[in-house]
Design a protein around this ligand. Structure first.
Ligand SMILES: NC(=O)c1ccc[n+]([C@@H]2O[C@H](COP(=O)([O-])OP(=O)(O)OC[C@H]3O[C@@H](n4cnc5c(N)ncnc54)[C@H](OP(=O)(O)O)[C@@H]3O)[C@@H](O)[C@H]2O)c1
Length: 509
């Protein structure tokens, strides 16, 4: 993210301004951009909600969200006063098509044809059922017509399956061109995720070894210690595969596996990612039990506190078949990655909150050292840490000091926080700024989302058609179900233990 302000005046229309996403993520990010002087000089936040309310009442509500969730903490009164001057409010029922004419009137005045330079960002922080009606309302009111100056932002979930994604997408693309549609996967806004490309393509040393000749396998872990919290109504219909794998984990896989782009531009990068999606070997329904594993958390302990199982959480059905854990083995069928498995896993209530990518390198081709020196102990691997720590760890073998020859795994660590010593922007700050300047590099293109749904449909179908007989099958506070261990054990491997803050260099299970 650059430090300059977008040049044009921007009106950001926030549908669902009274909701949770707006309060927790969107408005705190806008406020931090404002503090960093990265909002346009002329910026208006037009909140839209279905209740009558004055603009100052919305501002008060949003103040609470910023105070609770912004990385900059409680706003100073003077700063907030200056920011809140930019907040406006319009009440409209988003199911009412005529209301969009009121919106156009509010944005453009009575003479909609009057040309001004204002750009419009339409942000859908609403239930997904409203995505299509909003796109249609905007389109029919003529608010999508300016292909350069009008953009629409959508949040996951983009559909529930391949068909529902296509329905939402066709409503969007009927009125907006692809270049106007910004599909958020907030993982792509994280600094460390963007750094995967910097590491791979701005350094000559990684590319020569970034292939099947040197890499044994890749493991991607996105683990949470939280349970379902207050999200049961949504999560019961979603589950881990839709909620995390369909978007975040597959995006990470693409960044690791993609070929170098010719230029750092939206289409080039997204073309290279699409090549990876295209190369992912389809999962046959008959192979689902072998290539995928699911789990649901039982009661257990998280950081010394007893926690309940998924089926005991408020809003969850007694016999829920929803998976809170999913693991997959994928193969990228291309020249670079043939026969290198990519193992993906994600879960709630796991042993630690950690997201990271491990690139496990092959063993040395010949062991010159006797077995007694400990070479067998550890594989060499490169770990890209995404959260909570942001950094890179290279785990490799070194000789222990002393007259005896003994080898031991050690860590070489790069930490973002230590190297740059500046606060990193939240993912939403990066993404909102990119939307305002019209840069879609960090957003998901339609063909990629569609390919992700297509890949996962056999797993979703088999899982929904065959309720899991063993749920709940992993204790809270552990690394997931036995079925996931078996998934990698069939290939003679283990899940690589994530690097944790408390690790001593070289610690492994
Ligand atoms: N919350 C998160 O952390 C999160 C994370 C990722 C993605 N998302 C996605 O973001 C979207 C919003 O989620 P959320 O958690 O913020 O939901 P939410 O708290 O239920 O908020 C929904 C918003 O939509 C408004 N709304 C609903 N029906 C409307 C209608 N007919 N006309 C006008 N406004 C209407 C609601 O207004 P009222 O105040 O009048 O009800 C409210 O402001 C969803 O698609 C969700 O899947 C959320």
């Amino acid at each position: 993210m650059n430090a300059r302000r977008p040049d044009q005046p921007v009106v950001l229309v926030l549908f669902g301004a009274t909701g949770d996403l707006s309060a927790r993520l969107v408005v705190p990010a806008l406020y931090n951009l404002f503090l960093a002087e990265q909002l346009p000089e002329q910026f208006t936040l037009l909140g839209v909600g279905r209740h009558e309310m004055e603009a100052h009442a919305l501002a008060d509500k949003l103040h609470e969200g910023v105070a609770n969730y912004s990385r900059s903490g409680k706003p100073a009164r003077e700063d907030w006063d200056r920011f809140s001057e930019r907040i406006d409010y319009l009440h409209m029922n988003l199911k009412d098509k005529d209301a969009f004419n009121d919106l156009r009137h509010r944005l453009q005045g009575p003479d909609a044809s009057a040309k001004d330079k204002t750009e419009y960002v339409f942000y859908m922080a609403t239930p997904p059922s409203l995505f299509a009606p909003i796109a249609e309302g905007l389109g029919e009111a003529g608010l999508a017509r300016d292909r350069k100056g009008s953009r629409i932002v959508v949040e996951k979930p983009l559909g529930h399956d391949l068909d529902s994604f296509r329905q939402i997408n066709s409503a969007l693309t009927h009125h907006f061109e692809e270049s106007q549609i910004f599909r958020i996967d907030h993982f792509l806004g994280k600094e460390t995720v963007q750094n995967i490309m910097a590491m791979r393509f701005a350094n000559p040393i990684f590319e020569p070894i970034w292939n099947r000749r040197y890499v044994d396998h890749v493991a991607i872990t996105v683990a949470e210690t939280l349970g379902v919290e207050h999200r049961a109504p949504y999560y019961e219909k979603s589950g881990a595969l839709r909620d995390m794998v369909q978007n975040h984990l597959l995006q990470l896989l693409c960044l690791v596996a993609m070929e170098p782009p010719v230029a750092y531009d939206a289409d080039d990068i997204r073309d290279r990612k699409m090549d990876v999606m295209h190369a992912l070997r389809p999962i046959d329904r008959d192979e689902v039990s072998e290539l995928a594993a699911r789990g649901q958390y039982a009661p257990g302990w998280i950081e010394g506190t007893a926690v309940s199982g998924y089926r005991q959480e408020p809003g969850v059905a007694d016999q829920s078949n929803t998976e809170t854990y999913a693991a997959l083995k994928l193969q990228v069928d291309n020249w670079r990655w043939q026969d290198v498995p990519f193992y993906l896993r994600t879960g709630k209530r796991m042993a630690a909150a950690v997201s990271e990518i491990s690139i496990r390198f092959r063993d040395v081709p010949h062991r010159a050292f006797p077995a007694s020196v400990g070479l067998n102990a550890q594989p060499v691997r490169l770990v890209i840490q995404i959260q909570p720590h942001e950094g890179i760890v290279l785990k490799f073998m070194a000789k222990e000091p002393g007259s005896q020859l003994r080898l031991r795994p050690v860590d070489m660590r790069f930490s973002y926080a230590e190297a740059f010593n500046v606060p990193t922007p939240d993912a939403y700050e990066t993404l909102l700024w990119d939307v305002m300047i019209g840069d879609a590099t960090l957003f998901m293109r339609s063909d990629q989302v569609e390919a992700a749904w297509r890949l996962l449909m056999p797993v979703l179908d088999v899982w929904s058609g065959n309720p899991a007989a063993d749920f709940p099958n992993y204790r809270s506070g552990t690394w997931g179900p036995e079925a996931a261990e078996a998934l990698v054990a069939r290939d003679g491997r283990n899940w690589l233990t994530p690097t944790l803050p408390s690790d001593r260099p070289g610690d492994e299970s």
